[in-house]
Ligand binder design. Structure first.
Ligand code: NAP
Length: 463
């Protein structure tokens, strides 16, 4: 019978010895799990394993992360003016401090270690690598300067080290955001609000400086289908009228036409009626005459982006809803705008030997092949809020446990990494975290994020 995880304090390869559990009559390893990706899906997977531990069933969890910092989208995706959503990081830190958990940040799958290595050494490998690639519109002009995917724009303003140098030009009065989802709404809000509202946030310093010099005073969100098809969620819509320096516009006629269309459908789901109600209130709300304007427009599908050196105008086809179907009319309209941000969804990244289908890692209920599993956006596609990953990961962990056989006796990954490879472990990460929080305190912010990869690593080394 396995009695539980026992940490052996010496001799040298202590990390690997931590993987041992004491059993009556001998020493056997706990089940070894590698979770690739330190975002919400990764942490909730670790938590699901931790919650299912018993005296007879223990797990040694190694979380592998490409960046020198964990937390995934909570750090580099969630909008800086939504600090409440980020408080889930406290849960992540609790998971990370639970016995049997180790963080290996600054370790890249496919470069520093291979999937084959992980598959051989671990009882289960869970890919929680998200969907970082922005989908393309596939229309002429998309390659023009200042047509930027939200997959670059969002990590740029959130201080992701890979995106610090994204070229963003805010020297234009109008920006268009394509897509009618919550990412489009985050992007539009960040572009239009008075940048002083971002002072007390953890936005990247380089982005705050850019926003302070921004000439943008109008942002138009364009959805290709009707208001009833929008992917926004009601709490996010309800926040829009609370913006302090921005008027928000939705055409009343578009709203009443959408209501008429859904009445024809009979019973309406609660989420949809909440969404439509939130949008109706925005449409009918008296405007305050602010210089800053945010408009949400429906049934507008981009067909071409025009410009010489950079984006200058966007041509849209006007769609209509007929018999419940969205179809193109033969009418078009044009917006003059100097910036286009596309927020139309994401695809997962590929690893050698792993298939991608419709932007997701091919899987059956989270099982990829052999002892490899997938969870989160990489499994189900880029849908759902942070909490959605919890139930998803619980299901996948249940499946993994039901498939486990004898625990493997093997070394962990430390011996696979080149000598001198600087792993950011939990202690190093806590140093980075503390340093950012302390810099933030002085400036009245939750933290000031370090954006430079090398400096992040040296913060992790500090005493
Ligand atoms: P999303 O919710 O799927 O929205 C994507 C939008 O892009 C849809 O309106 C879609 O329209 C549109 N689109 C797709 N292809 C298009 C094309 N070729 N041309 C024009 N429009 C196109 O995706 P998301 O906004 O990236 O959000 C991803 C997930 O994260 C969502 O579940 C979201 O709720 C969540 N999230 C939550 C928060 C929050 O809670 N505060 C913040 C950000 C994100 P169709 O419907 O017509 O395809």
């Amino acid at each position: 019978m396995i009695l539980g995880v026992k940490i052996l304090s010496s001799p040298p390869s202590i990390d690997d010895l931590k993987l041992l559990t004491v059993v009556i009559g001998g020493i056997l390893p706990a089940y070894k799990v590698a979770i690739v990706g330190a975002g919400p899906a990764g942490y909730f997977t670790a938590q699901a394993f931790q919650n299912l531990q018993t005296e007879d069933l223990t797990f040694a969890i190694d979380m592998i992360e490409r960046l020198p910092t964990p937390w995934g989208l909570v750090r580099s995706g969630v909008a800086p003016d939504h600090p409440k959503i980020k408080t889930v990081s406290k849960v992540f830190e609790k998971i990370a401090k639970t016995e049997g958990f180790r963080l290996f940040a600054n370790v890249e799958l496919g470069k520093d270690i291979s999937l084959k290595d992980l598959r051989e050494r671990y009882d289960a490998v869970v890919l929680a690598t998200g969907s970082p690639k922005g989908r393309k519109l596939g229309i002429p002009g998309e390659e023009l300067a200042n047509c930027i995917s939200a997959a670059e724009f969002v990590p740029w303003y959130n201080a992701h080290p890979d995106y610090a140098n994204v070229e963003v030009d805010l020297d234009t009065d109008t920006a268009v955001v394509i897509g009618a989802g919550n990412v489009a709404m985050d992007v539009a809000r960040l572009l239009i609000i008075d940048p002083s509202e971002l002072d007390p946030t953890d936005i990247a310093e380089h982005a705050l400086v850019k926003f302070k010099h921004s000439k943008i005073r109008k942002v138009i969100i364009c959805g290709r289908r009707g208001a009833e098809h929008a992917a926004f969620t009601a709490p996010e819509l309800r926040d829009l009228p609370k913006l302090e320096n921005t008027d928000v516009f939705i055409d009343k006629k578009e709203m009443s036409q959408a209501s008429d269309r859904i009445k024809e459908r009979g019973e309406v789901e609660k989420d949809l009626s909440n969404n439509l109600e939130a949008m109706r209130l925005i449409a009918e709300r008296e405007k305050k005459g602010f210089e800053r304007k945010l408009e949400i427009k429906f049934l507008s599908a981009p067909i071409e982006i025009k410009g010489t050196a950079k984006v200058e105008e966007i041509i849209f086809a006007i769609n209509e809803v007929k018999d419940g179907k969205v179809i193109a009319t033969n009418k078009t309209f044009t917006f003059k705008a100097g910036l286009v941000v596309t927020a139309i969804g994401y695809d997962a990244v590929e690893y050698p030997g792993i298939n991608i289908e419709n932007g997701r890692i091919t899987n059956i209920a989270g099982h990829v092949e052999h002892n490899i599993y997938v969870t989160g956006w990489a499994k189900r596609g880029p849908v759902g809020v942070i909490g959605t990953n919890k139930s998803d990961s619980n299901d996948v962990v249940g499946l993994i446990i039901s498939n486990l056989s004898e625990p493997k006796i093997s070394e962990g990954i430390s011996s696979l990494l080149k000598s001198g490879h600087e792993v950011i472990d939990q202690i190093s990460w806590e140093k980075i975290n503390a340093s950012e929080v302390i810099s933030g305190e002085i400036a009245g912010k939750p933290r000031i994020k370090e954006v430079d990869w090398k400096r992040l690593i040296s913060l992790g080394r500090s005493q």
